[in-house]
Write a protein that binds this ligand. Structure first.
Ligand SMILES: Nc1nc2c(ncn2[C@@H]2O[C@H](COP(=O)(O)OP(=O)(O)OP(=O)(O)O)[C@@H](O)[C@H]2O)c(=O)[nH]1
Ligand SMILES: [Mg+2]
Length: 451
C-alpha cells in the first residue's frame, strides 16, 4: 500500500468513527435527548457525512478564481478540450458556480472542475464570504490573473491562501504579453506585498506554483505568401496553450491526490467536530456548572470526613477523574478512561502549583487529622475542634481543586475533542509528519499546525 493510500484509509477511519459516535451519541447519553442540541448540531453532522461521502467518491474539486473576464471559463473549456462553458468579452458572463467532470487520467480519482463568477462581480464583504465558502469545498484552487495583478486580486489571493488549500497561480492571456515570465510576476507580487506588510510572500505563493497559459489566444495577423509570389494578409488563431497547467495539476494529483483528499476531509471533520463540541458545551453550560459544584462539594466533604491519611489523596484523584468523565458524558463527547486520566495529568501539569498544594496539604493535614482521630479526636472537645478545623480546611482546598479541574476540563473537552487516537487532529498531524518535502502538503504543514 502506498503512503497516499494509507493516509486515505486513516482519514476514512477517522471520519467513520466520528460519524458513528456523533450520530449515535444520544445512545451514550445519560441525559434526556435535547431537541435543541440535536437541531443545533444537525448541520455539522451533515458536513461530516458530506466529507466522508466526498472521500469515498475520491472526488477532487478544483475551482477557478479570478476577476471578471480573466478567462476562468475559457481555461476550463481548454482543459476539457470542449467548449462547454459560455465565454465572452462582456462583464460577468458566468453568474453562478458550475461544476464539470474531468477525467484526464482515466483513473479512479474523479475530478470536478468548478467555474465561478468573477470575484469583482460582488462587493468586498460578500466576495470574501463566497471565496471562503467555495474554498472550503475545494481541494485545489486555480487562481487566474491576466495582465498586471491588482490590489483586489492580491487581497483575494491572500484571503484564499488562508483557507489552507493548495493553489496554482495561473497567468492567462500570455499571448498578449509574450515577454512575461514567472520572475516578473513574482516581483510584482512582492511589490504589492511590501505595501501591505503581510507576512512573507512565500507563504502565499512560490514561483514554482505560477504557470503561464493562453486559454483562448486572439487571432493574429499573418502574411501568406503563395507559390506564385503574391502576398496576402490573413488571420490565424493560434492553438490554446494549456499544457503547463495540465501538467502542474496532474503532477499534484499523482503525487499527492489521495493525501490531499484525506487531509481536506480531516480539515472539514475537525471544523465540524469542533462546532459540535462548542455548541454542546454552550447548551449544557448550566448543567455542567451544577455538576462541577456537586463534585466539588462531594470531594470536599469526603476528603474532610476521611480520617485515614493518603486515602483522601487517592479519593480526591478518583473524584477528579469521575468529574471529568461525567462532564464528557454530559457533553456526549468521546473520551475513554485512559484519555480522562491523560486529561487529568495535563490539567495537573498546567495548574501544577495548585494541585500540588492540594496534595501536599492533603498529606500534611491528612496526617494531622489522622493523628488527631486515632489518638483522642472524640475524647476532648479541644481535640475535636482541631480535627474539624483541619478537616474543613482540607476539604475546602480539595473542593476548590475539584472546581478548578472541572473548569479546565470543560475547556479541554471543548477544544480537544478531535485529539483522540483516531481524532481528526491526530490523524492530520500523523499524515503531515510523513509527507515528502517536495509536496504541496509539506508546504501547508506550518499553516495547518498553527491553526
Ligand atoms: N487574448 C486572449 N484572450 C482570452 C484568453 N482566454 C480568454 N480570453 C478572452 O477573454 C474573454 C473572457 O473570457 P471568459 O473565459 O469568459 O472569462 P471569465 O473569467 O469566465 O469571465 P466571467 O465569467 O465574465 O467572469 C473572452 O472574450 C475570451 O475570448 C487568452 O488566453 N488570450
Ligand atoms: Mg466565466
Amino acid at each position: 500500500m502506498t503512503q497516499q493510500e494509507k493516509h486515505f484509509n486513516r482519514s476514512r477511519a477517522s471520519l467513520q468513527q466520528a460519524i458513528s459516535w456523533y450520530a449515535s451519541f444520544r445512545r451514550h447519553w445519560n441525559y434526556p435527548p435535547d431537541e435543541q442540541l440535536q437541531a443545533a448540531v444537525k448541520e455539522d453532522l451533515q458536513a461530516l457525512k458530506g466529507a466522508l461521502d466526498k472521500l469515498d467518491r475520491k472526488a477532487i474539486r478544483i475551482a477557478t478564481f479570478g476577476l471578471v473576464s480573466c478567462g476562468k471559463s475559457s481555461i476550463i473549456n481548454g482543459l476539457l478540450g470542449q467548449k462547454i462553458l459560455q465565454t465572452g468579452p462582456f462583464h460577468g458572463v458566468t453568474q453562478f458556480p458550475q461544476s464539470l467532470r474531468w477525467n484526464p487520467l482515466n483513473s479512479e480519482i474523479e475530478i470536478e472542475l468548478i467555474d465561478t463568477p468573477g470575484l469583482d462581480e460582488v462587493s468586498g464583504e460578500v466576495r470574501a464570504k463566497i471565496a471562503r465558502e467555495i474554498a472550503q469545498q475545494t481541494d485545489l484552487i486555480l487562481f487566474i490573473v491576466a495582465g498586471d495583478i491588482t490590489r483586489t486580486e492580491y487581497q483575494a489571493l491572500w484571503e484564499l491562501r488562508r483557507s489552507q488549500k493548495p493553489l496554482i497561480l495561473v497567468f492567462n492571456k500570455i499571448d498578449l504579453y509574450p515577454e512575461r515570465d514567472r520572475d516578473s510576476i513574482y516581483y510584482q507580487l512582492q511589490l504589492l506585498n511590501a505595501n501591505d506588510d503581510y507576512e512573507n510572500l512565500d507563504q502565499i505563493i512560490y514561483t514554482d506554483d505560477i504557470v503561464m497559459v493562453s486559454a483562448q489566444p486572439q487571432p493574429i495577423q499573418v502574411r501568406v505568401e503563395s507559390a506564385d509570389g503574391t502576398v496576402a494578409t490573413g488571420w490565424e488563431t493560434p492553438p490554446p496553450q494549456l499544457e503547463e497547467l495540465k501538467t502542474a495539476i496532474l503532477k499534484i494529483l499523482q503525487r499527492e491526490g489521495k493525501s490531499l483528499l484525506a487531509l481536506n476531509a480531516l480539515v472539514q471533520a475537525r471544523a465540524a467536530e469542533a462546532n459540535i463540541a462548542r455548541k454542546t458545551v454552550e447548551l449544557r453550560q448550566q448543567e455542567a456548572q451544577d455538576l462541577i459544584w456537586k463534585y466539588a462539594k462531594y470531594k470536599a466533604i469526603a476528603v474532610a470526613a476521611n480520617p485515614i491519611p493518603l486515602l483522601d489523596v487517592i479519593g480526591g484523584l478518583v473524584a477528579d477523574l469521575a468529574l471529568i468523565r461525567s462532564l464528557a458524558r454530559l457533553y456526549g463527547l468521546p473520551i475513554t478512561n485512559h484519555e480522562s486520566g491523560e486529561l487529568w495529568r495535563k490539567i495537573a501539569a498546567s495548574c501544577g502549583a495548585l494541585l500540588l498544594g492540594e496534595i501536599t496539604s492533603n498529606l500534611i493535614l491528612g496526617i494531622g487529622k489522622g493523628g488527631a482521630a486515632l489518638t483522642h479526636a472524640f475524647s476532648s472537645p479541644a481535640a475535636f475542634t482541631i480535627y474539624s478545623a483541619t478537616a474543613t480546611l482540607q476539604g475546602a482546598i480539595a473542593g476548590y481543586g475539584a472546581y478548578v479541574v472541572g473548569k479546565i476540563a470543560q475547556v479541554y473537552l471543548e477544544q480537544g475533542c478531535t485529539w483522540g487516537s483516531l481524532g481528526a487532529s491526530t490523524v492530520m498531524t500523523e499524515i503531515l509528519s510523513q509527507v515528502e518535502p517536495n509536496t504541496i502538503i509539506y508546504r501547508l504543514r506550518q499553516e495547518l499546525f498553527s491553526k
